[in-house]
Ligand binder design. Structure first.
Ligand SMILES: O=C([C@H](O)CO)[C@H](O)[C@H](O)COP(=O)(O)O
Length: 210
């Protein structure tokens, strides 16, 4: 069964915990967004895992160097999954995977900004990562002409475990799952909704029906 990941791009631990409390019944993975971690530090990871020990806590570190060291910090704080940039060298990804193995946790590679996301996804899967995030970041989403369809098409031909992030919402989540993504990542569609719990519930139901 495909998973739903809520991406929390809020800026304080208090706000993140409040949102997670509302949407936890409907999500499998709670992502602490990069701006949130930069603002609050690893204490937000510890607070979220303590509040939701039954969920996978995803620390969106977007590590570009010192893979083993940065991943180790997040795993010690309570993360289950951390991200490393696909644009980083293989040595960085291998270092993070080493830390993950030591903690019994996992690494996700984020392909944001990478020119050939599918090729990189296939390469890094061989390095032992859990899955690869086919990702159009917020800046790319706000570029005129952006469509999530490009990520959906990439997922369909990736042939390795992938998630999709970059404007997932109730109108496209079924296509995301039908394309083969094992995780649908939804940020603004949940935290920006008038009723985040209802938005998460609707996404959950659409994923389960897809
Ligand atoms: O990872 C993200 C971005 O780089 C900011 O941290 C987002 O969480 C990701 O893009 C999902 O968010 P939405 O596109 O708003 O669904």
């Amino acid at each position: 069964m495909a998973k739903l990941q809520v991406a929390i791009d809020l800026l304080t631990t208090e706000e993140a915990l409040a949102l997670a409390a509302k949407v936890a019944p409907y999500v499998d993975i709670i992502e602490l967004g990069t701006p949130l971690i930069k603002n609050m530090g690893s204490t937000v990871i510890t607070a979220m895992k303590a509040a939701h020990p039954d969920k996978l806590v995803f620390a969106d570190l977007k590590t570009a160097d010192a893979g083993e060291l940065e991943a180790d910090i997040a795993f010690k704080a309570g993360a289950d999954l951390v991200t490393v940039m696909g644009a980083a060298g293989n040595a960085t990804i291998i270092g993070a995977v080493k830390a993950a193995k030591a903690h019994g946790k996992g690494v996700v590679v984020d392909t944001i900004g990478y020119p050939d996301r599918v090729k990189r996804a296939q390469e890094v899967t061989a390095l032992g990562v859990e899955f690869v995030e086919l990702h159009a970041g917020l800046d790319e989403q706000w570029t005129p002409g952006y469509s999530i369809q490009v990520l959906i098409d990439e997922a369909a031909r990736a042939g390795v475990p992938v998630s999709i992030a970059g404007g997932v919402n109730i109108d496209n989540v079924a296509a995301v799952i039908k394309a083969g993504a094992i995780v649908a990542v939804a940020g603004a569609a949940i935290y920006g909704a008038e009723d985040p719990a209802a938005a998460a519930k609707a996404l959950r139901e659409a994923i389960d029906a897809a």
